[in-house]
Structure formats: structure tokens, C-alpha cells
Design a protein. Structure first.
Length: 322
């Protein structure tokens, strides 16, 4: 019994206004805030893995928290420690780096739903082609921190193979930040390019966007690599149960678009309306008479009356002669 009591989670009621506001911020919302990233290190991390974690932390600033101390964590074997740290720091994304003889230069990226691990991807970083952001320090000033990036996915695998399709969805969710209704194109300053490679690998690149003069209204766009530059190879993947995935994709009723009666959307995005009216008697409609048409009609009526008069007079004369 004492062990059971110690394992039970304590529910402490908030006593101050600050704690009440902090708890309300963690409650579910109709429009969620931008997802935060938590970077963690394993018991052993090489220079390449630690530098990759620093670069991911810089890319996600200010929505990122970095832990520098090593942790005895194995996310694929035991997920409770990762879920606890994500819940404690209010983070929905995490990046875990480790290095061992069996899995050298290991990088694990994952996301949580309701503080439960939803997806996890384990990658191996190629040490021969890895370049950190420090190698591009001269060009890094052109990219703004905290700005939403553009995404480019090069390769048919991102549309056909399920593993790459899920990875595309994961990367967009990982770096997109808060959901916005409109975006200023002049504020776009960086782009993330993912290229599908051979043998289940992805080439991850990060560029800065520069708008230069072109002699017209449309500027000339150039890309400067600012790092990190990583070649990632798939190792292990983890997916939650289908019920959890289904509940994570469920939209609240308040945000669903309601169908308006007799109004539909065309192929080009324009609204099409349908109006229902009673059948009208065209004989009773008071139409505006045109002057020219009425003059011609009166002229034709007089000619017809004169012709009818001649016919009657000739018929009367014939009857008298008889």
C-alpha cells in the first residue's frame, strides 16, 4: 500500500494567481500556441550530435528549451521519462542525441500529443558531410530568428512512400510555429530544403533568402546556405496507437466550417449562390414600352384597319349588285 500511494500522482491545487494562470495556459485551446522544442542529451554524446542539437535549438528560438546535462534516457525503450520532462516544461516536441558503438551519431526527433509520445524518428547523422551553423557564420546574419520558414521537399518519395510522407508531415509540424491567417512575403528570410536520397536517407539543408534587384517589380531571389547541413539515414520509427492518432487529428466543432444553405464554392474558389423564386406570369408583368416599338405597332394597326375597311366595303358593294 505505501508503494501504491507513492506512485500515485499528487494533485496540488493552485494557491496564487500566477500558478492559476500557468495552469490555464497548459489547458486545451481551440487555437493552440506554437509548439515548443526540448533538446536532451544522452549519457554519451559526440561533438557532431551536440552541435546538431545546438543548431536545432537555434532554429526553433524563442520556442525552444535546451538541457545541457547528460540524462539516462532511452526513448525507444522507456518513454515515461521523456513524457515527464515534456510535461514539466510544457513542450510538445523533443530532440534527443546520443552516441554509442551500436548507434553512432544518433539523433531522435519526436512529438507528443496530450504529453504522450505520438511519433518518434531515429536518424543517423553522416559525419563526413555534416556541417554545423558555425561553418556559415558570415551568412547567418541574413536570416532572422523566430521567423516562419519556407519548406521545399524534393523527390517523388515524399508523395508516394508512406515513410517519407509521414516524415514530410512531421518536419512541417516541427518547424512551422504558430498558425497564421496571413503572411507577409517580404518577411520570409529562410527556407528548409529536404531532398530524398538513396538507401532511406534524407538530405537536410537550411538556406537564407535574399531579395535582390532585378530591374522589375519582382525581385531576384538567391539562396545562401546557413546550416545546419545534415545527411540523415532512417533507423527506427515509433507510432502511437491508431486511437491516439485519430484523436490527435480530430478538429473541434467550433472550428469546423459550417455549410451555408444554397451557397457553394466553385472550382476557382469563388462563391456560387442559388436563388429560388416562384414561377411568374409574363402576361401580367408591366414592361416599360419603348417609343419606337409603339409607333411601329400603331402604324401597323392603322394599316390593318384600313385594309379591313376596304374588304368590308367591297363585300357590301358586291351584295347590292346581286
Amino acid at each position: 500500500e505505501p508503494n501504491q500511494i507513492s506512485n500515485m500522482k499528487r494533485t496540488v491545487k493552485p494557491k496564487t494567481r500566477r500558478s492559476i494562470r500557468a495552469i490555464k495556459q497548459k489547458e486545451p485551446k481551440l487555437v493552440e500556441n506554437g509548439k515548443k522544442l526540448l533538446t536532451l542529451k544522452g549519457q554519451k554524446t559526440g561533438e557532431i550530435v551536440s552541435q546538431a542539437l545546438k543548431d536545432l535549438h537555434m532554429m526553433k528560438k524563442p520556442d525552444s528549451i535546451s538541457f545541457s546535462r547528460p540524462n539516462k534516457i532511452l526513448p525507444f525503450e522507456d518513454q515515461s521519462s521523456v513524457e515527464f520532462l515534456c510535461q514539466r516544461n510544457d513542450c510538445s516536441l523533443f530532440a534527443f542525441g546520443s552516441h554509442s558503438k551500436k548507434r553512432p551519431n544518433n539523433l531522435i526527433l519526436g512529438r507528443c500529443y496530450n504529453f504522450q509520445v505520438l511519433h518518434m524518428y531515429e536518424f543517423g547523422i553522416n559525419p563526413k558531410t555534416f556541417k554545423s551553423a558555425g561553418n556559415f557564420s558570415e551568412r547567418r546574419a541574413t536570416a532572422r530568428v523566430g521567423v516562419r520558414p519556407c519548406f521545399v521537399f524534393d523527390g517523388s518519395q515524399f508523395e508516394l512512400e508512406p515513410k517519407y510522407v509521414q516524415f514530410k508531415n512531421f518536419i512541417v509540424d516541427f518547424f512551422r510555429g504558430e498558425v497564421r491567417q496571413s503572411i507577409n512575403l517580404a518577411g520570409l528570410s529562410r527556407v528548409i530544403v529536404c531532398t530524398a536520397g538513396k538507401d532511406d536517407s534524407v538530405m537536410f539543408r537550411h538556406y537564407a533568402i535574399q531579395f535582390k534587384k532585378s530591374g522589375s517589380k519582382t525581385p531576384r531571389v538567391e539562396l545562401d546556405e546557413i546550416g545546419p547541413s545534415m545527411d540523415l539515414s532512417f533507423r527506427r520509427t515509433h507510432e502511437a496507437a491508431k486511437e491516439v492518432q485519430k484523436s490527435s487529428m480530430r478538429k473541434p466543432k467550433e472550428l469546423k466550417a459550417r455549410n451555408i444553405k444554397n451557397i457553394s464554392t466553385g472550382n476557382l474558389g469563388h462563391n456560387v449562390g442559388r436563388i429560388h423564386m416562384h414561377r411568374q406570369d409574363l402576361g401580367k408583368i408591366a414592361l416599360k414600352k419603348q417609343r419606337g416599338h409603339s409607333y411601329k405597332r400603331r402604324k401597323l394597326e392603322k394599316a390593318a384597319e384600313a385594309q379591313q375597311k376596304k374588304v368590308t366595303e367591297s363585300s357590301v358593294a358586291d351584295s347590292m349588285t346581286d
